[in-house]
Design a protein around this ligand. Structure first.
Ligand code: PHE
Length: 455
């Protein structure tokens, strides 16, 4: 289906699935549980929910509005709508660079998930001591060829879907994977909650220790909420440009945010009970899911060998699919921009992106092994990219899009987008609330988060 000669998503369902596919990813399964663990459990979850409702949803609709109104890729959208002001051209380039950087290291984690899926299929978590299983992750990331090969495989799959374009690539992939993601995570949840000692993990997630409410925690909650909803990364703007004019954007944004939030909570309730059941530390950091979950599978394999083997495969399959649909939306930002500016074929652009991002990601992958002695501020290359892109670039880019929507974009255009030209009267009533939040409140809050990330 196309509008003004541009390919669009085929239906309301497709819009939600594509955007949910972008939003639901490693941020939900991998990042959210370990940050919630490090930041003190329940109170973090509460602040996270509030941030999502009051800031991330308005920002999400705003980015969709920028995308749809301009009909352009993220880099050119603001430039185009600002009447071709140079500043917005460069601001747009930040929005392209950031997702591509993230895509490179994201693919490394996707590669780990692929490796663990292969391990699960081989039944590698059964018949081994728990110690051996917990050490598997360290062994994997510190080796050279294997994680590199899986990272390149993951990047190749991502480029393959991006090459397919909007409807035959992205839409078709997300329409099937997102529902499957929900089904599998619910299945694993039941399993995780039935583990002995699981209740401690549940209590941890519901524990409201007010002492954990610090500015740092609030800034992490906000950053995580932006990350999880793919904000500040050009993905929402780019996908917004594939949305038809009659789509109710406010409604679809709320659907996506609720799906994403729900999935993050489900993931946390899968991981934390398992962590406690295994007697491990909730604040174990990025390796949390790869160290704790296989441990659980190995423990369970003694009593329930078949079930534990099947759930292990399902679990890593879920992570892999969630990571893929997000990586696709990251690469698509660059692909859309390059196709638009160079007029080269999608095929050629996807190949170039595969080569460049594959190379950058390879450095990240090797930074746990052969390149591990090279550190900046005590962080390896992988952690530097993660920290810089998620805590600095992403927040800065979110600031740019709020300032743009609140101060540069015409108010009438913004209201028109939100209500699809007056077609949805409820949206027209809510539009001023969103507009003024974006204009006055959001920039101040985002600025505070940005500064606190430097301290
Ligand atoms: N939202 C994705 C996640 O939760 C990550 C992502 C960020 C994807 C930005 C696209 C753009 O994992």
């Amino acid at each position: 289906m196309s509008e003004n000669g541009k390919e669009k998503f085929g239906s309301h369902f497709a819009v939600i699935m594509a955007l949910a596919g972008s939003a639901i990813g490693l941020g939900n399964i991998w990042r959210f549980p370990y940050i919630a663990g490090e930041m003190g459990g329940g109170i973090f979850v509460l602040v996270y929910i509030l941030c999502t409702l009051f800031f991330s949803i308005p920002l999400f609709v705003t980015e969709m509005a920028i995308g749809r109104s301009s009909g352009k890729s993220a880099a050119n959208a603001m430039y185009h709508l600002s009447g071709k002001k140079k500043f917005w051209k460069y601001a747009g380039l930040v929005m392209v660079l950031c997702p591509l950087v993230i895509c490179s290291y994201y693919s490394v984690v996707g590669g780990w998930a692929a490796d663990f899926l292969v391990k699960a299929c081989q039944g590698a978590f059964g018949n081994r001591s728990s110690q051996e299983v917990s050490e598997m992750f360290g062994v994997l990331i510190s080796s050279d060829i294997r994680p590199l090969a899986f990272h390149l495989l993951f990047m190749g799959l991502t480029a393959f879907v991006v090459m397919g374009g909007i409807q035959s690539g992205i839409e078709r992939f997300s329409k099937y994977t997102v529902p499957v993601l929900f089904l599998t995570i619910v299945f694993i949840l039941v399993y995780s909650l039935s583990l002995p000692g699981a209740s401690q993990g549940v209590r941890y997630l519901l524990d409201f220790d007010i002492h954990n409410l610090t500015p740092k925690m609030i800034s992490y909650a906000m950053g995580q909420s932006f990350y999880s909803l793919s904000l500040g990364m050009g993905s929402v703007i780019t996908y917004g440009s594939y949305v038809r004019k009659k789509e109710n954007m406010l409604q679809s944004s709320c659907h996506v945010a609720v799906n994403d939030l729900f999935f993050a909570l489900l993931a946390a309730f899968v991981i934390m009970p398992a962590v406690f059941a295994a007697g491990l530390q909730p604040g174990a950091g990025p390796g949390l899911i790869f160290q704790t979950i296989p441990y659980i599978f190995s423990e369970m394999s003694a009593h329930l060998p078949i079930i534990s083997a099947v759930v292990a495969v399902l679990f890593f399959f879920t992570i892999l699919m969630a990571a893929l649909s997000s990586a696709i939306s990251l690469m698509e930002v660059g692909a859309a921009y390059l196709v638009e500016t160079t007029h080269w074929s999608r095929r050629r652009i996807s190949l170039i992106l595969f080569l460049c991002l594959g190379f950058l990601g390879s450095l990240c992958s090797l930074s746990f092994g052969p390149l591990s002695q090279y550190k900046i501020m005590d962080m390896n290359f992988f952690s530097i990219l993660d920290w810089f892109s998620s805590n600095i670039l992403l927040i800065a880019a979110s600031m740019l899009s709020t300032v743009f929507a609140g101060w540069i974009m015409k108010k009438k255009d913004f209201y028109d987008e939100l209500s699809s030209g007056g077609m949805y009267s409820l949206n027209a009533k809510v539009a001023p609330v969103i507009y003024y939040t974006i204009r006055y409140v959001a920039p101040v809050i985002i600025f505070v988060v940005l500064v606190s990330n430097f301290i």
